[in-house]
Design a protein around this ligand. Structure first.
Ligand SMILES: NC(=O)C1=CN([C@@H]2O[C@H](COP(=O)(O)OP(=O)(O)OC[C@H]3O[C@@H](n4cnc5c(N)ncnc54)[C@H](O)[C@@H]3O)[C@@H](O)[C@H]2O)C=CC1
Ligand SMILES: C[C@@H](CO)CCC[C@@H](C)[C@H]1CC[C@H]2[C@@H]3[C@H](O)CC4=CC(=O)CC[C@]4(C)[C@H]3CC[C@]12C
Length: 441
């Protein structure tokens, strides 16, 4: 069980993991094949080639997928004109959105990356054809947000505090996630920016405090969404603000078009919690111990596909404003439905770790007791040190409650298909964990 202390640092860039190689089971040829497949896909994804395997229906060519490549070529030939702003652009998801935009949005002239902490990898992006502007700023400061939004055509708002471990105070979570989102909305209105894509979360729906399962649900599945924890509460409030803002008049007299994307648990290159589990497994001699039943399914989605959905939504929002404005979309792909721990083993296994036990090794009541102990310790130690273990009453409840999504709303509304297959998503994540990926993520 992960009951050790999780250090509250980010360390996203340049990690080289534990460097263990894939053991047995013929993983090397598989990874090599996946790497080749990915290289080919990379080539196709570049401007002028059809986005494989999903592809999007580019503006003006909707409903005629056969002409997508030609449309991309045409878009590339035109002078790029659009200014995008990505808040939280240096975060785990934000970095993927930024890189995906540079790869996949041929109409991009300037990309503004706004974050509390700017990452060094931004420098290397500044040498490309698109103007990349790094803006160090705080979403809780309305004037900083307004300055960054001024002149932008589209805002992708991913910035937020992601904390279910008690590292950050509820006040700060509220200030950043709710007040920060309100500032982004007001800045769009004041500055005449019409298109706002907001990163919400599955957590605005559930799991709820009753621990009721959400099994293969979609955006219309009835579910009692009741939260007590500051993170889901703040995300739910922020999402509501964004959806209510749809249709507001912006400066210049046109209307604001907003929508919200709800990723399930995101994984992929840069996923800090996955790396924490990996390091913990290494410390425990290559083993992790099962704590939740294998039958509890948890929705997961690859970060590259979540980023791709953001890019597609942003691209399609203008042409399909009537359909997409004010809508929510779960983020999904072909990642398998599994328990949180079994899913992690898809990556940690090839890195040499083993999950011990086919059933939870400790009885549930003992785990509940441990979470209570962790909560007490966190409180007692707070004046001295930040004790923020992965296991607390909330995370145990999350891990123990089925929450899976099955929907095609994003495909129906804006032609989304996952850009990365499950095999490629898995291979990329494994390579990153093993420290073999060249990227700084
Ligand atoms: N990680 C996950 O599994 C999921 C994340 N999400 C949402 O996706 C978004 C991104 O999450 P991650 O990339 O995982 O988190 P992250 O912590 O890696 O990225 C968030 C970014 O926002 C920035 N930020 C925080 N406070 C800020 C402020 N006051 N002003 C400006 N920037 C600020 C951080 O510096 C960071 O770069 C969040 O809105 C989160 O709620 C939704 C579903 C699942
Ligand atoms: C009981 C432990 C035994 O190994 C496992 C504990 C796992 C937890 C740390 C995770 C289980 C579910 C995760 C959350 C879920 O994926 C949904 C999320 C959505 C978000 O918007 C942010 C991240 C998270 C809250 C995610 C955080 C980690 C878990 C609680």
């Amino acid at each position: 069980m992960p009951v050790d202390c999780q250090v509250a640092t980010r360390g996203r860039c340049g990690s080289r993991g534990g460097g263990q190689r894939a053991r047995g089971l013929g993983w090397a040829p598989f990874l090599e094949r996946a790497r080749r497949e990915e290289k080919r896909a990379e080539g196709r994804r570049r401007c002028g080639g059809p986005a494989s395997p999903g592809g999007s229906l580019s503006s003006g060519q909707r409903g005629r997928p056969g002409t997508v490549a030609a449309a991309r070529m045409a878009a590339c030939a035109e002078a790029p004109e659009l200014v995008y702003l990505v808040t939280g652009g240096c975060g785990f998801l934000g970095e993927h959105v930024v890189r995906m935009l540079l790869e996949q949005e041929p109409r991009l002239r300037e990309l503004r990356v706004f974050d509390l902490r700017l990452s060094p990898w931004l420098e290397e992006l500044k040498t490309g054809p698109v103007q990349v502007t790094a803006i160090q700023g705080d979403v809780t400061q309305a004037h900083e947000v307004a300055a960054a939004v001024s002149g932008a055509h589209v805002v992708i708002h991913t910035a937020g505090v992601v904390d279910v471990f008690g590292r950050v105070s509820p006040e700060t979570i509220y200030k950043v996630n709710v007040q920060g989102t309100q500032n982004v909305i007001e800045a769009c209105v004041q500055m005449g920016t019409r298109f706002l894509v907001h990163t919400s979360s599955m957590e605005v729906v559930g799991p709820n405090i009753k621990g009721q399962p959400f099994h293969r649900g979609d955006e219309d599945t009835p579910y009692e969404a009741v939260h007590k924890h500051p993170y889901p509460q703040s995300k739910a409030q922020a999402e509501r603000l964004v959806l209510e803002a749809n249709g507001r008049e912006v400066r210049g007299g046109l209307t604001l078009v907003t929508c919200a994307l709800r990723p399930t648990g995101i994984y992929g290159e840069g996923h800090q919690i996955m790396r924490d589990f990996y390091r913990q497994g290494l410390r425990l001699g290559g083993r992790l111990f099962r704590a939740v039943p294998a039958s509890v399914e948890h929705g997961r989605v690859y970060v590259g596909n979540v980023a791709w959905m953001h890019v597609l939504v942003a691209r399609e929002l203008e042409q399909r404003a009537a359909l997409m404005g004010g809508q929510v979309y779960f983020c999904y792909d072909q990642s398998p439905y599994k328990s949180y721990e079994d899913f992690n083993m898809e990556f940690l296994g090839p890195c040499g770790l083993r999950l011990v036990g086919t059933r939870p090794l400790l009885p549930h009541w003992l785990l509940v007791l441990l979470t209570a102990l962790n909560t007490l310790l966190q409180w007692l130690l707070r004046p001295l040190v930040l004790y923020a273990p992965l296991l607390n009453p909330y995370t145990l409840a999350m891990a123990n409650t089925t929450f899976t999504v099955s929907t095609n709303k994003a495909q129906r509304h804006f032609g989304y298909k996952p850009l990365f297959s499950w095999e490629v998503s898995r291979a990329r994540t494994i390579l990153w964990l093993q420290g073999k990926e060249g990227s700084a993520q």
